[in-house]
Design a binder for this molecule. Structure first.
Ligand code: NAP
Length: 288
């Protein structure tokens, strides 16, 4: 029987390319998206590249849709081998300017959504004594960056959630936990972040924050022109890193996806780049 994978957020970007790559690597792919009207791009790839991918509806903010889809996969397959929590959304706005609704939304889609899908799938992996949960976080899950406090906090939350579960679930139940931590990726992500955060004049920070935001934007633009190490990756490049994590004999707890991302996080990660030492030390300290 083929191994299967459930992927969230496959309407575009990393989720879509991962769905294609998993299928090309022999997996039965359950590619989920919150809005099936956005399935055209993936449907066309399925037809042209003759891929074994089933598209299903799943909104990570809606527990009923998660339960429905997970139950349907379990009914068909009896198991879920890999859960790729990829759905997420960018948000760049100061805390002072974000509304409570925006604060709730950015946390819900980037963090609580991961908790919901993991809670739905974990019992089946535990019973099977087999599974791999891979969470797409970000360099923003390790390094807090200007104007990204709410997004970074949500990704930090995913890092803490994953690290804690890895410390006591991995060994007894043979369930691997990994976090894939990209830097910039050329996807819809930036456009949707701007659409969500800019006001009607296209401004993303006002008042006393405006000049700081201008510096932030100018420095991003200069960096992307001047640096020898490319800031951005394609979705396919990130999907290839995810596939390496899947095929690794000892899957890493965390991995950056580019040299740029590695350089940015080095102060946090150089003592233990893939997180193995930390997770083993925590398990030894608390569980021996
Ligand atoms: P993307 O092309 O915008 O894809 C994001 C996906 O998440 C879309 O399919 C989107 O669906 C989906 N999504 C959003 N809200 C959802 C919800 N409530 N339920 C289910 N799906 C939902 O961006 P991407 O770059 O591929 O992002 C993939 C992951 O990489 C995210 O976790 C992101 O945080 C992370 N990441 C991105 C970057 C970057 O620079 N792009 C950098 C570091 C990390 P809709 O089409 O319906 O909105």
């Amino acid at each position: 029987m083929k191994k299967n994978v459930l992927i969230t957020g496959t309407s575009s970007g990393v989720g879509l390319e991962s769905a294609v790559l998993f299928a090309k690597n022999g997996f039965k792919v359950y590619a989920t998206m919150r809005n099936l009207k956005k399935a055209t791009a993936l449907s066309e790839r399925i037809v042209h590249e003759k891929l074994d991918i089933e598209i299903m509806q799943l909104d990570v903010s809606d527990n009923a849709s998660i339960q429905k889809t997970v139950q349907a996969i379990i009914a068909a397959e009896g198991k879920i081998d890999i859960l790729l929590n990829n759905a997420g959304a960018g948000f760049a706005k100061t805390l002072e300017q974000a509304t409570q609704a925006e604060i709730d939304w950015v946390t819900d889609v980037n963090y609580t959504g991961v908790v919901r899908t993991t809670k739905a799938v974990l019992p089946y992996m535990r019973e099977a004594r087999s599974g791999h949960i891979i969470n797409v976080t970000s360099v923003g899950g390790l390094v807090g960056q200007p104007f990204n406090e709410l997004y970074c906090a949500a990704k930090f939350a995913v890092e803490g959630f994953t690290e804690a579960m890895a410390s006591y679930i991995s060994k007894p139940f043979n369930i691997h936990f990994s976090m894939v931590e990209p830097g910039g990726i050329t996807t819809e992500f930036m456009n949707s972040a701007v659409a969500k955060t800019a006001d009607e004049k296209g401004t993303m920070a006002t008042g006393e924050y405006a000049p700081i935001f201008e510096k932030y934007m100018a420095s991003s633009q200069n960096r992307s022109k001047n640096t020898e190490v490319s800031t951005f990756q394609t979705s396919s490049e990130v999907a290839a890193v995810i596939m390496d994590v899947v095929h690794a004999e000892n899957p890493p707890l965390r991995v950056r996806t580019s040299e740029w991302a590695e350089n940015l996080c080095r102060l946090k990660t150089e003592a233990d780049p893939d997180g193995t030492k930390l997770v083993n030390a925590v398990a030894t300290y608390f569980l021996n």
